[in-house]
Structure formats: structure tokens, C-alpha cells
Ligand binder design. Structure first.
Ligand SMILES: [Cu+2]
Length: 111
């Protein structure tokens, strides 16, 4: 009887120890990740694909995301954003980053 009691006691202690850990894990899982981070940069248009709705930019550093300068493709949030854009134009733009994928929400020619 004593042996059984101590086994139950040990099991109960084990459960008590496990529960807070599980609660913490669940809390972390329910914490919503941001859907995207807004950032802005300047760059030069290297390629433009109005059908695909993408623009390839050689952009400068992006402080908000700690991105180094690089050349990459951005998706345009709306087809109208491509209006007036042309290869070789210098632009200032705002975009929403999802990891390494980025969607331009506004863009204007500055040179
Ligand atoms: Cu980039």
C-alpha cells in the first residue's frame, strides 16, 4: 500500500511539473506572428514584368529589416503601381516583407 501510494505520488508530482511547461508551449504557439513588416528603401529598376506584376530592384540597405543592399524581385500589390515605371529609373518605395518575399505597396520615381 505504501509502495503504491508513493508511486501515485511520484506520478502526480510528474504531472504537476509537466503542466507548466505545456502551458508555456501553448502560450508561445498562440502568440500571433506579424503578417508582414513595413519597410522602405530606394533603388534602381533593373527589370519590370507588368504581366507577372513584379519589379526587380537594385535596392539600398533596408534599416527596418537589416537587409543589405541587393538586387531582388518585388511583387506589386496593385497592377497600377507599374504605371510610369521603367528600367533604369530610380525609385523610392514602401513594401511589406514576409520573410524574404516582399510586396510593394507604394512606389514613386525620384530620378
Ligand atoms: Cu532585397
Amino acid at each position: 500500500m505504501t509502495k503504491l501510494f508513493s508511486m501515485l505520488f511520484a506520478a502526480a508530482v510528474g504531472l504537476t511539473v509537466m503542466l507548466p511547461a505545456q502551458a508555456t508551449e501553448m502560450g508561445m504557439m498562440s502568440a500571433a506572428k506579424p503578417s508582414g513588416q513595413m519597410a522602405h528603401a530606394e533603388g534602381v529598376i533593373k527589370a519590370l514584368d507588368t504581366k507577372a506584376g513584379t519589379v526587380t530592384l537594385a535596392h539600398g540597405p533596408v534599416q527596418e529589416l537589416k537587409w543589405p543592399p541587393m538586387t531582388m524581385a518585388f511583387k506589386l500589390a496593385k497592377p497600377e503601381l507599374a504605371n510610369g515605371l521603367a528600367v533604369g529609373k530610380k525609385v523610392q518605395f514602401e513594401f511589406q516583407a514576409h520573410g524574404m518575399a516582399a510586396v510593394i505597396t507604394s512606389i514613386k520615381i525620384i530620378g
